[in-house]
Design a protein around this ligand. Sequence first.
Ligand code: ZN
Length: 262
Amino acid sequence: MNGGYVDTHCHLTAKRFEQDAVEVIRRSLAGGVRMVAVSTDVADSYVSLLLAEECPGVRAGVGVHPTMAGGLDEVGWSEIEYLAQKERVVLIGETGLDYYWKDCPPDVQKKWFAKHIELALALGKPLSVHARESVGDALAMLEPHFAEGLRAIWHCFTAGKKEIRGALDFAVRHGVFLGIGGLVTFEDQKPLRECVADIPDELLVLETDAPYLAPRPKKADRNEPAGVIRVAEVLGELRGVDAETVRGVTTRNCDALLGAWR
Ligand SMILES: [Zn+2]
């Protein structure tokens, strides 16, 4: 079950996969794409783990998305702590801070993000970090913990024209992996498209955020883990290499970060 591509961040439990999640998984695996099903709340975390337990080629991320953090309590958190210890849980997340949607007050988000960071450190598993209009705060919360061994994927890496170089420097300084997905195929993502050539090989991973962010040109409204193949093509063009090189580099990084995939 090694080799191929790895989608480090997809939402197989999303409503849009309700009817055919298993077909989607089988199609992706047949196309040579393994995947990490991340979660957005406690119930979701159970389902992601079930998928990971039953499907070869699927691993889980458990956690509570910052926009959902208002619904989390101590009981729910103890469930996340329990699920996170399972062998097929390879990521803690998706977690982070989101100031774009006003679903949950920043203080509450920060409280639970800190808990996710603690859990990742305690278990030695990487975080899948979401930072939307919150990059300064999110990085400030992460920074002190890299010296303690924290590892993280900055999911859906992007930033504005003025910030993106600083964001890349931060990632390089602390060894943060950068998750590159469908956004890199969007013509209007100029700062990201100009910056991806400078991401060091050893920090590059692929993702889809499926069912969201279908790569351009759009074949369907709904994205699937197999969408990483198109991402690799475009990323390769921007980095001056072929998709096969991108595949080799990103899959090697995933195997090192997420462990052997038996
Ligand atoms: Zn996501």
